[in-house]
Design a protein around this ligand. Structure first.
Ligand SMILES: NC(=O)CC[C@H](N)C(=O)O
Length: 195
């Protein structure tokens, strides 16, 4: 039997159920919501979902998850932040204080505009075969720059919308609101390739 890896979805606020459903469709992966430091100890990878980064950032501290999560990231836990989740990972949030501050990206909140400016498109992502990936942007940030070990994976309207740094992945769009599993498979491969 192929080994099963556990991927958690931080379940304090935001689009949790959609990520869990996509993960459950992948072979060799089991999915679970993460709310406590004990949940955090169980997992081999973690998704930080979209939602409201200021709210999720506060809840991370209230639930006692911020410090243990930073420690697990430093020891190599694969973590993928989508939209608000990407904001949580960034070491620089333009004009604001960073949250987890562990990824070499500067991110600008609501850069693509308000809820009314939400849009869909399809764009190629480096490392994802099979042509352009459908993307949904909702009050989405963009990544102003990457440095150090981080590098861009995709651009939309001339701005970086996906980046990778070792065990970390950031996307400013919502793949969990499409029916395309490839971004989740890419992250699952990051988790499965860890010994
Ligand atoms: N869809 C989203 O996750 C929106 C992110 C939100 N605008 C924030 O700044 O946190």
């Amino acid at each position: 039997m192929a080994p099963v890896k556990k991927i958690g979805v931080l379940a304090l606020q935001g689009s949790v159920a959609e990520h869990l459903a996509m993960l459950e469709a992948l072979p060799q992966i089991s999915a679970l919501p993460v709310k406590t430091p004990e949940d955090l100890r169980q997992i081999d990878g973690l998704i930080l979902p979209g939602g409201e980064s200021t709210t999720i950032g506060k809840l991370l501290r209230i639930f006692g998850l911020q410090v243990p999560l930073q420690a697990r990231i430093a020891s190599g836990l694969p973590v993928w932040g989508t939209c608000a989740g990407a904001i949580l990972l960034a070491s620089e949030v333009c004009g604001e204080t960073a949250h987890l501050g562990c990824m070499d990206i500067a991110i600008r909140r609501n850069a693509f505009g308000t809820q009314l400016d939400s849009f869909r498109c399809a764009t190629p992502v480096a490392g994802i075969p099979g042509g352009p990936l459908p993307m949904v942007f909702i009050r989405a940030p963009w990544i102003e720059k990457t440095w150090g070990r981080a590098y861009p994976l995709a651009e939309v309207k001339g701005h970086i919308v996906a980046a990778r740094q070792d065990n970390l992945l950031a996307t400013s769009f919502h793949p969990e609101l499409t029916d395309d599993l490839r971004m989740h498979r890419y992250f699952a491969d990051m988790v499965l390739s860890q010994s």
